[in-house]
Design a protein around this ligand. Structure first.
Ligand code: CDP
Length: 212
């Protein structure tokens, strides 16, 4: 079974995807980390993230980098949304994601284009959203817990900028797949969001005609 979880920054998609992976005992890939690793490599190599060739040169990052906690910081998220808009960067990372999605037994992937590009035939697709203010509050709390001193207003502005870039790009923009189920987590606790996500996946599986 393949489960695709898409949505904007701090919508809760990562937490939901991890919980679904635990629930269904499936491997999970946070695809945002791949773009964050490209962004961090661009920065370390002192390249220009807005230049496609520079960003492509950073796609051969060392996989050990994926475990680096600094990938989660706000600046890397902003840079990730710049490098991820380049079609050749997306092309360089697509096979790895498709391979993960299509492994025997299935998988859960979260990102921006899982239900539309990476796994268009996923058995269940969720699109997770929440208001920008609520997402900024969550991200602000999370960043502060890790020692950041960024103001709430800066985090909100960054979230809005990233939303605009991710939704406005021409290749694989952040859009809800027509066959995705919408999950608005604005007023839901983590526990309630996960329960709702499991219920939506169960609905989808029941509706899907048996293969073969
Ligand atoms: O965790 P958060 O939602 O803040 O971000 P993320 O999922 O780690 O993604 C960081 C950036 O990578 C996003 O703003 C997107 O620009 C990009 N991304 C993408 O283009 N496609 C994906 N499948 C996942 C992330």
């Amino acid at each position: 079974m393949i489960i695709a979880v898409d949505g904007p920054a701090a919508s809760g998609k990562g937490t939901i995807a991890r919980a679904l992976a635990r629930h269904y005992q499936l491997p999970h890939l946070d695809t945002g980390l791949l773009y964050r690793a490209v962004a961090a490599t661009v920065q370390r190599m002192e390249l220009d993230p807005s230049k496609e060739a520079d960003a492509v040169a950073a796609c051969g990052f060392d996989d050990l980098l994926l475990a680096d906690p600094s990938l989660r910081d706000d600046e890397t998220g902003q840079l990730a949304s710049i490098v991820s808009a380049h079609p050749l960067v997306r092309a360089a990372l697509i096979h790895r994601q498709k391979r993960f999605a299509n492994q025997p037994g299935g998988a859960v992937l979260d990102g921006r284009d899982i239900g539309t590009v990476i796994a268009p035939k996923a058995d269940a697709k969720l699109f997770v959203k929440a208001t920008p203010q609520i997402r900024a509050r969550r991200r602000h709390t999370e960043l502060h817990a890790h020692g950041s001193t960024l103001s709430f207003d800066k985090v909100l502005a960054d979230i809005r900028a990233r939303d605009a870039r991710d939704s406005g790009r021409s290749t694989a923009p952040l859009v809800m797949a027509p066959d995705a189920a919408l999950l608005d987590t604005s007023f839901l606790s983590i526990e309630a969001s996960v329960q709702r996500a499991v219920a939506l996946v169960e609905d989808r599986i029941r509706q899907k005609p048996a293969a073969g």
